[in-house]
Design a protein around this ligand. Structure first.
Ligand code: CA
Length: 239
């Protein structure tokens, strides 16, 4: 089920029609109130948010979604007015998984929606039984869980992908461009600054395990070398 919050009736109807015609169930809302009500009843697989809305705007909705444990990992795609570069950067920095500028092409939208759903599904089901432990950090790819000192931490889909990518390549120095290409694969909208802001929020959430992610000056980032299931190493300096 896909939830769409869009106040322009023409766009809302077109998007809903396109999704449903492709076999994807979708519900549309013209402002945030009925959206939050619906969310209280059942959680969608994906949320599409227009940014400019009457009342609570799309960025406000995104922020609240990310703060709530039950909705923190739902993939979110933002829509916004043509050429609103500022919105794009803000949306991605605040944890949106993808961004489309209006006017939105329906084939493009459909391709991005399918890609997000596939990725979210892969994260849940196809990541195998990989588990990582280092110091107080525990990450299960299959269960999509990250915990620090035994307490689960709430990561957005992107933060989780980023952490997993760093852990899978632990010991290797990864450039911002490499990270962008792998974690933000098809999204041209993302910039290297997006990597930095996600590293910042990820480190903040990792708390006592933050030093696991090292900054490699002038290049990018590196996770301390740990093997899946390996015995914890001593923590290094805080990067
Ligand atoms: Ca609007």
């Amino acid at each position: 089920m896909i939830y769409l919050v869009e106040d322009e009736e023409g766009i809302r109807d077109l998007v809903l029609y396109t999704l449903e015609k492709s076999g994807l169930e979708a519900r549309g809302f013209d402002n945030s109130r009925p959206f939050w009500e619906a969310l209280g009843e059942s959680l969608p697989d994906l949320v599409i948010l227009d940014i400019m809305l009457p009342g609570e705007d799309g960025l406000g909705i995104l922020k609240r979604l990310r703060e709530r444990p039950s909705t923190g990992r739902i993939p979110v795609m933002m829509l916004s007015a043509r050429g609103a570069e500022y919105d794009k950067v803000l949306g991605l920095e605040r944890g949106a998984d993808d961004y489309l500028a209006k006017p939105v092409g329906m084939m493009e939208l459909l391709a991005r929606v399918r890609s997000l759903l596939r990725r979210a599904g892969m994260n849940r089901a196809e990541n195998g039984g990989e588990e990582y432990r280092s110091g107080g950090l525990y990450v299960s790819a299959a269960r999509h869980v990250a915990a620090v000192e035994g307490r689960e931490i709430l990561l957005t889909l992107k933060e989780f992908d980023l952490l997993l990518y760093l852990l899978k390549h632990s010991g290797m120095v990864l450039s911002r461009e490499q990270i962008l290409a792998s974690v933000w694969n098809y999204e041209q909208a993302a910039e290297t600054r997006t990597v930095d802001t996600h590293i910042l929020t990820l480190r903040a959430k990792l708390g006592s395990c933050a030093s696991l992610i090292r900054t490699v000056r002038g290049v990018g980032y590196k996770a301390d070398s740990v093997l899946p299931g390996a015995v914890p190493q001593t923590a290094g300096e805080t990067a």
